[in-house]
Unconditional design. Structure first.
Lengths: 260, 276
């Protein structure tokens, strides 16, 4: 049974499968899959890029939501704390944030371990560091989107929740969140596309994403234009697929509003 | 007939519900303490790790990198603005071919990473050396700085074209009709009526785009341009001192915050006739 599923999956593989993108070029060329070409390496890069973006999204959204809650709280100190967070991480270049997180975490963990008496070199996972850095950047942007969505929800909605006897958290989940998602969805769509592009930065700290794999291929085969062109094309395809999918989700979210 | 004989004497207001420590306040104080601890740790680290020798060696390099970043971004914003005008007009044109080309340009440059575009231009076009030498363009594509400028310009032109188009299309139709009714020629109507209103709408997105470009310009460090990020990477590779990145962070934050405040001031100044 599992053999059947894996066969099905490999048949539907969009890059290296029988009807995959790279197989269309035929075998025996630079992007052929397997030993002959770079197709399967690049396909692995595509997987890494998609995994990284999808793994970052929920973390960034949750942190962003908490920051947005803090930024619209009645407490001055909490608003200030949230303001500092967004100011710092919206002002720093993504690349610099990535380096700071990557090396900073290494130093931090090393210091903590040294205090326990461990004196080895620590290398943290590039995937994890990339995910943390991208989540931080994504959360500071998404908090702005969510904050403006929060402001678009009238106060009466909270009061209605109170008058129905709902608890604060129930009001949030049942009344506010469904409206919030609908209002924030276009902004979050943009942020997702930006996140997808920002994943390319992790190639700099050595994660085998699309850009790194095509870069290796370009260096080895001396066909730089061809391989970087393929990298751009792959990002373009990913953006197209996601804008198609997100358009679908947006229509689904607006299904109660009737046809216009 | 009844009437009030005695006024009700004033009473003290109900006692305020005193909640000295709401959860929000606790969280706020906690996070602020965390920030303060981080800031103190950073300052401590900088004082502790202060090295006059390093400062003298890398300080001027940082300033040079800062200047490289600023000139790179400034030039590419201006060149991108020039390039974006024809793209924006092509995008608004009725001609389907022209429209399609402009749309494809904007779509491609907005949905691929700047890093990939930069690699495509620097390494990709760089591999066509004989052809470029034949055309006499090799001096341009040989230099990482020119390639960085070129890719930043192409990238920002796509974004700026969209900003410009959105702003021009946001001017209501009545303004066109009003100008036509006054007998202004199309050209004059555009210059004197449409464009001023459009540019006010475009002001804020332009500011955001410049900030994004400053942040994006850090990628040119990867193709060996010594901008602020490049100098930082150079200093780090020599000293393995984590502070190098913190200094870069301070510089970038200072630029972006200064620009943001400057832009807010300009916007407030230019839109003062719209305030009531």
């Amino acid at each position: 049974m599992s053999g059947f599923f894996s066969a099905l999956l490999s048949a539907l593989d969009p890059l290296c499968g029988p009807v995959g993108l790279f197989s269309l070029f035929g075998s025996g060329n630079l992007v052929a899959c397997g030993e002959a070409g770079w197709g399967d390496e690049i396909a692995f890069g595509v997987k890494v890029t998609i995994t990284l973006a999808i793994a970052t999204l929920p973390v960034g959204l949750v942190i962003g939501f908490l920051i947005a809650l803090a930024a619209q709280s009645e407490d001055k100190l909490l608003r200030l704390a949230a303001g500092i967070y967004t100011t710092i991480f919206r002002g720093l270049p993504e690349l610099l944030t990535l380096f700071i997180v990557y090396y900073g975490m290494q130093i931090l963990i090393q210091a903590v371990l040294a205090s326990f008496g461990y004196e080895g070199r620590v290398e943290i996972n590039a995937f994890f560091a990339g995910m943390a850095a991208l989540a931080v950047v994504f959360s500071s942007y998404s908090s702005e989107v969510l904050l403006s969505a929060f402001r678009a929800i009238p106060r009466g909605q909270y009061e209605a929740g109170d008058s129905l006897g709902l608890h604060r958290s129930r009001t949030m989940v049942l009344v506010i969140l469904p409206q919030l998602i609908r209002i924030a969805l276009p902004g979050l769509t943009n942020l997702w596309l930006i996140l997808l592009k920002d994943t390319s930065y992790v190639s700099v700290i050595g994660l085998a994403d699309i850009l790194r794999q095509t870069g290796i291929a370009a260096r080895v085969s001396k066909e730089a234009f061809f391989f970087y062109g393929i990298a751009c094309l792959l990002y373009l395809i990913l953006a197209m697929i996601s804008s198609f999918g997100l358009g679908f989700i947006e229509r689904w979210a607006r299904r109660s509003e009737g046809r216009r | 007939m009844t009437y009030v004989r005695e006024l009700i004497p004033p009473r003290a207001p109900p006692a305020l519900a005193v909640r000295s420590l709401a959860p929000a306040r606790v969280a706020g104080i906690g996070v602020l303490l965390l920030w303060a601890a981080l800031a103190i740790a950073l300052v401590f680290m900088m004082i502790n790790g202060w090295d006059q020798d390093k400062f003298q060696r890398y300080g001027p390099r940082y300033l040079h990198g800062l200047w490289t970043t600023i000139s790179l971004v400034g030039l590419s914003v201006i060149l991108g603005a020039i390039l974006s005008a024809p793209i924006a007009f092509a995008r608004m044109a009725r001609n389907k071919v022209l429209n399609g080309i402009a749309y494809a340009y904007v779509y491609v440059f907005r949905s691929t990473p700047l890093l990939a575009q930069l690699f495509l231009i620097y390494y990709g076009l760089g591999s066509f050396r004989p052809e470029l030498e034949a055309v006499g363009l090799w001096w341009f594509f040989r230099e990482a700085w020119y390639c960085g400028l070129f890719s930043l310009t192409l990238n920002t032109a796509a974004y700026q074209a969209e900003i410009l188009r959105g702003a021009i299309e946001s001017v209501p139709r009545g303004q066109h009709e009003g100008a036509a009714a006054l007998g202004l020629s199309k050209r004059n109507a555009f210059r004197k009526v449409i464009l001023p209103q459009a540019l006010i709408v475009a002001l804020r997105p332009y500011g955001n785009e410049i900030v994004l470009l400053i942040k994006g310009s850090a990628v040119v460090a990867i193709v060996t341009v010594y901008d602020l990020m490049g100098e930082t990477r150079y200093a780090f590779s020599r000293t393995f001192d984590y502070q190098t990145y913190l200094w870069a962070a301070i510089f970038y934050l200072a630029i972006v915050e200064a620009l943001r405040h400057l832009w807010a001031f300009i916007e407030a100044r230019l839109t003062r006739h719209l305030k009531r």
